[in-house]
Design a protein around this ligand. Sequence first.
Ligand code: SF4
Length: 366
Amino acid sequence: MAETSIRKRVLSGMRSTGKLHLGNYVGALENWVRMQDQYDCFFFIADWHALTTDYADTSMLKENSVDVLLDWLAAGLDPARCVMFIQSHVPAHAELHLLLSMITPLGWLERVPTYKEQKENIKEKDLGTYGFLGYPVLQAADILIYKADCVPVGEDQVAHVELTREIARRFNGFYAGPVASVSLARDFDVSGINLPRGREIFPEPQALLTPAARLPGTDGRKMSKSYGNAIMLTDPEPVVRQKLKTMVTDPARVRRSDPGNPDVCPVGDLHKIFSNKETMAKVNEGCRSAGIGCIECKGWVADAIVKVLNPMQERRKKYEDNPRLAWDILEAGSARARHVAGATMDEVRDAMSISLGYEPPRSSSK
Ligand code: SF4
């Protein structure tokens, strides 16, 4: 039977970075899997966003996009419950990006905190490009083209959603008004069911703050592929155990007989995320009294992590063995996304007086 309730729409994406790690899972993906049953979810692989910084070598771009998809499917995203697609397969994002760039003041982009930060920190790439400055406008287009109600983000991305809201407001201010009888994108949910239409062209999306679980990598810094400290979702059990064995611990615990403190130990942080209450109690008691060794403690956290990764790796195998299956999911998702995005663009073009249909010259009606 068709779903009749109107769910809020969520839009989120990940860059085409290739295989994902535990930090990606805990920081976003795990939350997305939960949201599939609460929201009308559109998740996209942002290959154009990857180009804003990694434009010089695109040889791995497509393969990286597919790897992201395989990890999404492995983690439990389900094509029957959400729409998954590749950004570049929905060219309407680029058209809306262009139109929004016409109305976005330069100053708004120059003051985006991540723009300044990344320009200062990433010295090995030339980020003095038009595409890099404009990537928040592309993000705004990604969000607004689906008329998303909510965008799940971490603290550092809130400014981008705020910018999207400002762009939506500016667009509505210039162009919103009575629209012609084109079908509106928000008239359909994932299953193509008719929904009531709103009056604004772009609703202002809300940031949905993802509880920030900061996952440490094996060297204690934030888990990141570029630091070489990540546990990948595809790492086989022996690799996970080996990586955890080398993980840094509470620096005060030099000898086995020294008591430690799980609250200042990166392994303790992993326990808090992955271990159950009983194990957590054993860690707290054993570490503080020097009753356990760090190797034993790391073994317990490895057990908990392997328990999370095993079913994912089993699910992933089905698609690794038959990559065409995964590609078919992307094609179907992209078609659904194009349908919704296309309806928004009809409305946008109409509002901006650049619609595709014939209109008699105004002067001829005199
Ligand atoms: S026993 Fe565990 S929590 Fe304590 S310092 Fe060693 S690894 Fe860290």
